[in-house]
Write a protein that binds this ligand. Sequence first.
Ligand SMILES: [Zn+2]
Length: 635
Amino acid sequence: MNRMLVLRAAAAAVLVLVARPSLGAGDPIAIAVDAREATRRIFHVVETIPAPEGTLALAYPKWIPGEHSPAGPITDLVGLKISRDGRPVAWKRVPTDMWSFTCEVPAGRGPLDVAYDYVAPLTSQTTATSQLMILNWWSVILYPTGPNDDATMFAPSLRLPQGWKYGTSLRGAHEDGGRVAFTPVSLVTLIDSPVLAGAHFYTVDLTPGEKPGHWLHLAGESAASVAIGPEDVAHYKRLVAEARALFGARHYDEYHFLLALTDHLPSNGLEHHESSDNRAAERTFLEESAREVMGSLLSHEYVHSWNGKYRRPEGLVSGVSADYQPPVDSSLLWVYEGLTEYWGDVLAARSGLRTPALDRENLAIVAAQMDAQAGRSWRPLVDTAVSAQLLYWARPEWADWRRGVDFYPESELVWLEADTIIREKSAGKKSLDDFAKAFHGAPGGGPAVKTYRLEDVVAALSAVVPYDWSGFFRTRISDVAPRAPLGGIENGGWKLVYTDVEPELTRAAEEESRLYDFWFSLGIVVQGGDRDTDSDDGVIRDVVPGLPASAAGIAPGMRLVAVNGRRYSAKGLREALAAARTGGGSIELLVENVDEFRTYVVDDHGGERFPHLERDPAKTDWVSAIGHPLTPENP
Ligand SMILES: [Zn+2]
């Protein structure tokens, strides 16, 4: 997928001084999570650690794989109590490392009991509503640090609210006195194996009788929300077949798509080797606009099993050596996330999750947003990857000037261009699919990690088609580039144009998010607008520096109160834009800025502007060719 810097050198020095007693390799740590109060968003945890006498260092995962950030939610780990044979054992937090604890384990017969709670906000990766929950073990675990990290096994178990069902890639589940106990696994595998559970739960077997097996698990807020229809199921069956055809091999023994259907949790996805944790709107399988907004979420997270989990940049190795405390170097996220964004969208098109028309709309919106972005005048794309740990958590205000996590959308354009270059140079005989097979494919098997550097990517591309790939990436990724990389669209047989017709995807996104898009006309995004029910209606979330609203003096965080003397509504603003275009008058915006009200006169006679792709008949239509399925329609 998806905040702070600490003095790592100092913390590491402290930890080195702490003696680390070895755990017996054969003694798993039992971790029992009691989620019966999950609907209050409280998870009770007891770990039973077979620790010998001496100093024990315990860590709470800080750098979370896939989050690319020190996002381990340590603030919400509460109620920590350690004991041995019923006698309390004092613990201390390492003063220079908030995620690390030590304690002196006294002599005794029994294991160390470590009890605590995780109290979750709705925004957490481990959280619950009244009807469903998602458990990411990294938010409920303390692990002994030291030389035996890789060998230490965990025996996980879970108690769920009465009657709830679950899905996970953990194996060997069996009922044991009201608990579900799983086969012991390494710390790395446990952290890589979330659990989705809920009262309304439905599992679809996507590849019946085949190995490896693939399952889609749905937990929703209502029975209707998980009643997925045969057409949607067919698309996800095709997604599995298309991914196999693309990569040629798989790096898992089972794959579980976990999908929470709820409006109470932010939409999100988090990748794992053998599963993905996805969150989308409650009515995703009931309403077209919600389905369109989810788009390529599951295909993106699925691609990560190859690109991100199996092939991983050298700098993003947290979770390979069972040490989640050292900071990561995320400068190759334009490959890890950017190429995944590309393949996620390509596979969505090939599997029918997105129509060719919506696929082009998506491409047009991505290209136009990147091209209009003011921040690209100072910040190269690679710096958005390097700064991912800051940008994921940055506020939306001034995002256009700051830049956001553009290593997703803009890199997709770069990878599209690479694909069209290969197709052009090989007269259609080769494509980026050949790179995918060579780089992410054979031999296949169970979960494994094979790290890479930029030179490995360049070498693998050169083996497909000789080209100055180093120079290609340097100018598009490392250099400040005043224009977005539109070469893929243009080589691909299309042109980016602007009309006053709102794209279907923009309309669907507005319906789902209530953020109204005047990005390419006035240069603003406005919260709410057609129902005057929320106190934040009319709040301007961001402006594009240089476009008319910003030029008139409007800034993010201000609130649009009235347009030409009438209370703000998105429709009213649209009409005012159209009238200024035909009638030539200016637009008067009454704007609230903290406690001041002021009228801004905006000169914008261009009317509404939305991006689209227009066919360039002089060129081969590679964009459509890339979206053609590789497998028969009914695998
Ligand atoms: Zn991702």
